[in-house]
Ligand binder design. Structure first.
Ligand SMILES: *[C@@H]1O[C@H](CO)[C@@H](O)[C@H](O)[C@H]1NC(C)=O
Ligand SMILES: *[C@@H]1O[C@H](CO)[C@@H](O)[C@H](O)[C@H]1NC(C)=O
Length: 311
């Protein structure tokens, strides 16, 4: 039998079945868990506009064109954007621009966790851009109602208790489903939003039902609850899964999390995992991003930014 050694990793067999067979030995076995990439599509989400979410941004891997669009980002501070770390791992800094508030911004630096989580499921990446002469930055404030007080997301399970009610929505640039199957640079991404429910059980229950034997509890959102999913409620036919998608609380209007992982199913829609903006990595990398932004030093020195952020 497969026994996971890490309590917090999801053991998902869905698309990538049978890894376990070869990896799991009789004792001290290790199961491979998989946090898949999001394919940047939506199903029955609601079209929306940048005027409603002026802090939303696109990450584009070109200095001269509107395409290719890589993922969604959110402006949280002057010249600082956050997205899924996974989105920027393979990008070149000096080809990357952020399209924000109808203007392109050249990237100055990326900051990603030096100690990543498994398949970056809990990793947020920072993009620091060259500020130009922008005076007023439209930002979304960060949810700061809870610190991580344990490693098993008990602090997350108790959010309602400590913080009060929250109403969640996910916002980001998405294609329609099926178009995501066609790989061309000109694919069309539009801004859309979707009301979602958020909890620790939703991935556990819905993904576990569809094959995986052992599922752990991590923060996920979906268009409906696990109970509604069970009953084939029509609400569950909606989906919004984009790398860097912004999960906001519409009551406080704060950024709670960044969509980071998911599983793509053809036949129905399943929950999406996200990273809450309060991990140790997050705070550390945020400090680093601010140091880089505020620095006036020599950019010619190799590894200069690295040294700026070393403790
Ligand atoms: C990217 O950076 C390299 C060296 O760091 C430089 O030679 C190249 O011209 C840059 N490319 C662009 C598009 O700025
Ligand atoms: C989280 O921790 C910081 C200091 O580490 C503290 O200032 C803040 O009040 C804490 N927030 C909550 C919600 O407990």
């Amino acid at each position: 039998m497969c026994v996971t050694v890490d309590m917090f990793m999801i053991h998902v067999h869905i698309l990538f079945t049978l890894f376990c067979v070869s990896l799991c030995q009789a004792q001290n076995s290790v199961a491979l868990q998989y946090f898949g990439s999001l394919d940047n599509y939506q199903v029955n989400a609601v079209p929306t506009s940048e005027s409603k979410y002026p802090w939303i941004a696109r990450v584009i891997h070109s200095r001269s064109s509107y395409v290719p669009h890589m993922c969604t980002a959110a402006c949280i501070d002057e010249a600082i954007f956050v997205t899924a770390a996974r989105c920027i791992f393979n990008l070149k800094v000096n080809y990357t621009r952020v399209l924000y508030n109808s203007k392109f911004y050249d990237t100055l630096a990326f900051v990603v966790p030096s100690v990543p989580t498994k398949q970056a499921y809990d990793d947020i990446g920072f993009i620091v851009v060259r500020a130009k002469n922008t005076k007023s930055w439209q930002v979304i404030n960060l949810f700061n109602g809870a610190n991580r007080t344990d490693g098993a997301y008990q602090w997350f399970a108790k959010l309602d208790m400590f913080y009060g009610p929250m109403k969640y929505k996910v916002v980001g640039y998405a294609m329609r489903k099926w178009i995501n199957k066609i790989r061309v640079p000109e694919r069309h991404y539009d801004l859309s939003e979707l009301d979602v429910v958020v909890n620790l059980e939703i991935c556990n229950k819905i993904l576990a039902k569809k094959k995986a034997k052992i599922l752990f509890r991590v923060p996920c959102y979906h268009s409906c609850t696990a109970e509604e999913f069970e009953k084939n409620n029509a609400k569950c036919n909606r989906y919004h899964g984009v790398e860097g998608g912004a999960l906001i609380d519409t009551i406080s209007n704060k950024l709670v999390g960044i969509a980071t992982w998911g599983i793509n199913y053809d036949k129905y829609e399943v929950p999406v995992g996200f990273s809450v903006v309060n991990s140790e990595n997050f705070f550390k990398d945020y400090r680093c991003a601010k140091l880089i932004r505020d620095d006036k030093g020599s950019l010619d020195v190799k590894g200069y930014y690295q040294s700026l952020c070393d403790d």
